[in-house]
Design a protein around this ligand. Structure first.
Ligand code: AOF
Ligand code: ZN
Length: 347
């Protein structure tokens, strides 16, 4: 087994934590002696033990750590957070070599974990192969803002709704289920008021219920004009209403009304950044997508194409002036889902 093979084992362990660790990253670790994997650990849940510590706990005898190699998907931490620094623990138990998947972009740790290990004479090798595992976490600490994904389902002629602004179910069950996964993987979901009204969306993540429900954000002109009968309000997960007018209503505890006379896309992204939100899914409609593209703040695009032509005056997926300069993306995936097609793009 090579370093890359052992790192694969650590990655596999890390993935078991997906959906349970926000706002922390998912992390996996394995301990290897004489070419054999003797312990595996991962970060189970926000606030709980880190992957490295969980792997050490799997050893029948802690003395077995002396002289062993640890493979860990993320640089071991150097700080006292909810738990003590893992790097110091690895030094203490006598780990001889640490192979790291990626450096930790979190400034609390970045480079400091590696320095603790090297200063103690531990051999450290950074492979740089595990970045995809925590794409939003890495993006957030690299760019100081959430990773923004625009998502829409459209017809063959690029439209999202039949004329007259009525709800149109374009894609089949497989695509709908796939889009749920996307919601599950984002910490906030944003839509315009029109979309909420036309589609009467619940905007939640369905079964199995996630540990952390994404914040449902709605851009509204005047929060007080929004019907409280909307399905959106039937769920008690967090809701932000970004309103241009002050509110005089009493709202339930899960609803926060944030007022700004001219909410801009940059302002929204700043508010999310301030709240520590690492990923945002923009679900439309047409004008909201246009505003995000125009602001140059769409980092990834996920499109479902349904085999129908709507024609006529139906709304296009993105409507409004986007930018003088063409914005281009790289195709990162093509998947067939029943009769529909999913296309994913990255900047
Ligand atoms: C994790 N799990 O396995 C590793 C992490 O508040 P704390 O103590 O849980 O620290 C969270 C930070 O620790 C996190 O942002 C990251 O920088 C670092 N490493 N975190 O949750 C782990 N190894
Ligand atoms: Zn740690």
């Amino acid at each position: 087994m090579t370093d890359l093979d052992f790192m694969q084992l650590a990655l596999k362990a890390a993935r078991r934590g997906i959906g349970h660790t926000w706002t922390n990253p998912v992390v996996g670790a394995v301990i290897v002696r004489d070419g054999q994997c003797i312990a595996t650990g991962y970060h189970h849940r926000y606030g709980k033990d880190h992957a490295e510590v969980n792997a050490l706990k799997q050893l029948p005898d802690i003395a077995m750590a002396r002289g062993a190699t640890m493979y860990v998907t993320l640089e071991p931490c150097s700080h006292f957070g909810k738990t003590p620094p893992c790097a110091r623990r690895l030094v203490e138990v006598g780990i001889q070599r640490v192979v790291i998947g990626q450096e930790d972009r979190n400034p609390l740790v970045h480079g400091k974990g590696i320095a603790i290990l090297r200063d103690a004479g531990i051999q450290v090798d950074v492979l740089g192969t595990t970045g995809e595992l925590n794409a939003a976490y890495n993006f957030f600490y690299t760019h100081q803002r959430p990773l923004v994904t625009a998502k829409y389902a459209m017809s063959l002629d690029g439209k999202i709704n039949a004329a007259g602004n009525t709800r149109t179910q374009l894609t089949g069950d497989a695509a709908v289920a796939d889009a749920m996964t996307l919601r599950r993987n984002n910490q906030a979901i944003l839509v315009g008021e029109n979309t909420v009204m036309v589609d009467n969306l619940l905007l939640t993540v369905r079964e199995p219920a996630p540990d952390f429900a994404p914040i449902r954000i709605v851009l509204v002109g005047d929060a007080d004009k929004l019907s409280q009968q909307l399905r959106l309000f039937h769920d008690h997960g967090p809701i932000w209403l970004l309103s241009r007018h002050a509110t005089s209503r009493e709202w339930p505890a899960n609803v926060t009304v944030k007022v700004d006379a001219q909410w801009s896309v940059a302002g929204i992204v700043d508010a999310l950044q301030a709240a520590g939100i690492q990923s945002l899914l923009v679900e439309g409609g047409s004008h909201v997508h246009a505003q995000f593209f125009a602001a140059g703040l769409v980092d990834a695009v996920q499109v479902y194409v349904a085999p129908v032509v709507l024609g006529g005056t139906a709304l296009p997926a993105v409507s409004g002036i986007v930018s003088q300069a063409m914005q281009s993306y790289q195709l990162s995936g093509v998947t067939q889902l029943g009769q529909d097609c999913k296309l994913t793009y990255r900047r």
